[in-house]
Design a protein around this ligand. Structure first.
Ligand SMILES: Cc1cc2nc3c(=O)[nH]c(=O)nc-3n(C[C@H](O)[C@H](O)[C@H](O)COP(=O)(O)O)c2cc1C
Length: 201
């Protein structure tokens, strides 16, 4: 079968984004909430996101600047407070994810725009979205500035909320109860409803 080859050194940034975001499928979505130094709430989704380790429990977010060069509110708030909450959105939260992604001025609360009820975290001050099946309390571990417009923020998970009916006594998590969505290329999303089990070899 034929393959095309892309030399990333020769590819403009936007095209690299198109290729990578079209190929790395699906990407989990972190719906991240933070607070500014003055206490206002903020929410935004990120799909350059993953869990990288469990001991310690480490998550990472790849966050670029806005097209006008302004640093995203999430980065600013995490650097101001050292804290953030990562939610795993389910299908019911898909619209809220899009609302939270709209570019608004610093200080505008996307949780209010998306009409998401929330309460204070247990160990950190970032808001917890009550409707999300999973919420992870994170403290900033390291920021890796990979360019002058893009940062990778590495967070250490200090606690995790999960819908009680989604986890059993043996700590097995039922994916049907999480009903997570993933991001594909462009404006396309997927569900996690089509499952198969691989036989042990
Ligand atoms: C599903 C989804 C995933 C996104 N993933 C990223 C990402 O990984 N990195 C990024 O910089 N922006 C990403 N965005 C765009 C941000 O959510 C958007 O720029 C948002 O306005 C940032 O908000 P903030 O300024 O409140 O932090 C994504 C948007 C959507 C809808």
């Amino acid at each position: 079968m034929d393959h095309r080859y892309f030399d990333f050194a020769a590819l403009p940034s936007d095209d690299r984004y198109k290729i990578l975001s079209g190929c790395i499928l699906p990407r989990p979505i972190a719906l991240v909430t933070t607070r500014g130094r003055d206490g206002h709430a903020n929410a935004a989704p990120f799909s350059f996101f993953g869990v990288l380790d469990h001991d310690p429990a480490i998550v990472a977010l790849g966050i670029g600047a806005h097209p006008d060069g302004r640093r995203k509110d999430t980065v600013r708030n995490i650097h101001e407070t050292g804290e953030f909450m990562v939610h795993i959105p389910d299908l019911a939260l898909a619209r809220a994810v899009e609302i939270a992604a709209t570019p608004v001025d610093y200080g505008v609360d996307e949780l209010a725009l998306a009409m998401l009820d929330h309460e204070r975290g247990k160990a950190i001050g970032s808001p917890r979205i009550i409707a999300a099946p999973v919420a992870m309390e994170c403290v900033l571990h390291t920021t890796v500035p990979v360019s002058n417009t893009r940062d990778i923020l590495i967070g250490k998970v200090s606690g995790l909320f999960i819908r009680a009916q989604a986890v059993n006594e043996r700590l097995h998590v039922d994916p049907a109860q999480i009903d997570a969505i993933g991001r594909l290329g462009g404006r396309t999303y997927c569900t996690t409803r089509d499952l198969f089990a691989a036989p042990r070899i």
